[in-house]
Design a protein around this ligand. Structure first.
Ligand code: AP5
Ligand code: MG
Length: 211
């Protein structure tokens, strides 16, 4: 059973997806991470993507789907989709793609978080680029000291400035929130409270998955 994790920027989708991946036999796909890898590769496509995402806007649906399909095709186990779908068109595309691969979505879970907490969280978020080019987020499982010990470079995401975060929130309300209705109609929608410790959010998520 595949699942979708949705929610405002900074809601904790990536944090929870990593916990689920560790605790259960899931494979985590963050479309944001996939896009940032394409940018880091220095490809022409990556340059095109950077111009869009650094500004906090969405990649066109067809382009996003083509990139995602390549990732999904290689995976046998259940998938956590983090950051996809982000438009109703993408939700429809995901349904069709999973159907064509004999896969099925079991739940679409939104992590809720008030906007003032979003801005505060993302303004203080830090990333670590390791010498092999991989990126880890500083958090409970990977500290600043871990980054320094591995000779990593600490940086902030270009779309995490307060102005970009406010723009990403506006994009979320306008383009992504309507998929809540889509998943309510499909009988797949559930919500957890993101304004509690990461472990408490995780417990709520596990309860939703068991329900
Ligand atoms: P993406 O990378 O998906 O960004 P996002 O949705 O804005 O979400 P974030 O990754 O910023 O936050 P998160 O919810 O994962 O939170 P996290 O766990 O990191 O997408 C980036 C861009 O790519 C988009 O703007 C768009 O341009 C493009 N894109 C991606 N998918 C696309 C698609 N499908 N179609 C078109 N374009 C697409 O946590 C945030 C911080 O809070 C961390 O510092 C963390 O340590 C901390 N934290 C987490 N949980 C807690 C907690 N419970 N308590 C306290 N702190 C916590
Ligand atoms: Mg994320």
């Amino acid at each position: 059973m595949d699942i979708v994790l949705m929610g405002v920027p900074g809601a904790g989708k990536g944090t929870q997806a990593l916990k689920l991946e560790k605790a259960l036999d899931f494979k985590h796909i963050s479309t944001g991470d996939v896009l940032r890898k394409e940018i880091a590769s220095g490809s022409e496509l990556g340059e095109e993507i950077a111009a869009i995402i650094d500004n906090g806007d969405l990649i066109p649906d067809e382009m996003m789907l083509a990139i995602l399909k390549k990732e999904v095709a290689q995976i046998k186990q259940s998938i956590i989709f983090d950051g996809f779908p982000r438009t109703t068109a993408q939700a429809q595309m995901l349904k069709e793609m999973l159907g064509s691969l004999g896969r099925k979505l079991g739940k679409a879970i939104a992590i809720s978080l008030p906007e003032d907490v979003v801005v505060e969280r993302l303004s203080s978020r830090k990333q670590c680029r390791l010498p092999d080019g991989s990126v880890k987020q500083i958090g409970p499982d990977f500290s600043l000291q871990d980054c320094q010990a591995l000779e990593g470079e600490i940086f902030t995401r270009p779309d995490d400035t307060p102005e970009h975060v406010l723009h990403r929130l506006a994009v979320y309300h306008e383009q992504t929130e309507p998929i809540i209705n889509f998943y309510q109609r499909e009988g797949l929608y559930a919500e957890v409270n993101g304004e509690q410790s990461a472990d408490q959010v995780f417990e709520e998520l596990l309860a939703v998955l068991k329900a």
